[in-house]
Design a binder for this molecule. Sequence first.
Ligand code: NAD
Length: 273
Amino acid sequence: MGFLNGKVALVTGAAEGVGVAFANAVAAEGAKVAICDIRENVADRAREIGNTHGVETRSFQADTGLPEDCWRVVDDTMEAFGRIDILINNAGTISMTSPTDPWEKSIEDYDLVMNVNNRAYYLFARAVFPIMKEQGGGDIVNIATDHIFTERNRPSGGGWVMDNYDSSKWGLNGFLLSWSKAGEPDNIRVNGICLGATDSHMLRSFTGEENLTPEVIAGWMKPTDVAQVVIDLMKDGRSGYNIPVWRADPVVLTPRTDDFSLKVGVMKSAFKA
Ligand SMILES: NC(=O)c1ccc[n+]([C@@H]2O[C@H](COP(=O)([O-])OP(=O)(O)OC[C@H]3O[C@@H](n4cnc5c(N)ncnc54)[C@H](O)[C@@H]3O)[C@@H](O)[C@H]2O)c1
């Protein structure tokens, strides 16, 4: 018996990468799980998760960059399971960008990265918020990046080749602050995970096959450890936090704090609560 027995979790981008670990972690706690991904193997992945943990699963091949796909995934999850208690907004993409990029490339990059990393998070939350309100509560977890947690580790963000990616993730702060307040009366908790380097399909491709030495991989976090932080976060019941998770620290849920800049992870000098 897990603490999520009877609950339903929706995890986006869970055919590969860290999302698979999130889906496995909630399934291990007894939740029924719906996953979506642009990749065809999403159906195999859902079967694998169901067989491993003995829970019902559903899979949807969907492009979260398209509003109609976001809506369809939520609608079909409701049809299958009748409720949604947990949304893990995880599907993400990256493209190398620079202020000197050609105009057409810049527009394409912006549309791709913003739609998948930002608009889809907004739309999934928009679709599940009324459902969670009606049910009397829920958890929304947005997967961000350590680039936006300036209070401690990465004041310069992702550097000069990630302006677009970093903007898409910085934008999640607006959702975090607003949704956590909006959800409070209805027991809807909203948090962000400010993730550092974690072994995944994305990080391996970004690093390049030729650089994948055992030492490099050993320096990354394991998706299962990160997923455990998300489980601990939901057990803890807090809301309105950006949780820093990176290798320099133990990969554990940080303590609750009354310090607003530590809670959200934005430099005191840059933001007054
Ligand atoms: N791995 C890291 O080091 C790291 C660090 C910081 C933040 N993140 C964030 O964590 C999340 C997961 O990243 P990951 O490293 O597991 O990446 P990944 O590429 O290994 O996995 C992401 C999954 O999302 C899916 N996806 C991408 N675009 C999609 C779309 N349009 N529609 C549906 N599915 C789509 C991919 O097919 C893939 O299965 C992302 O939001 C990423 O920005 C990762």
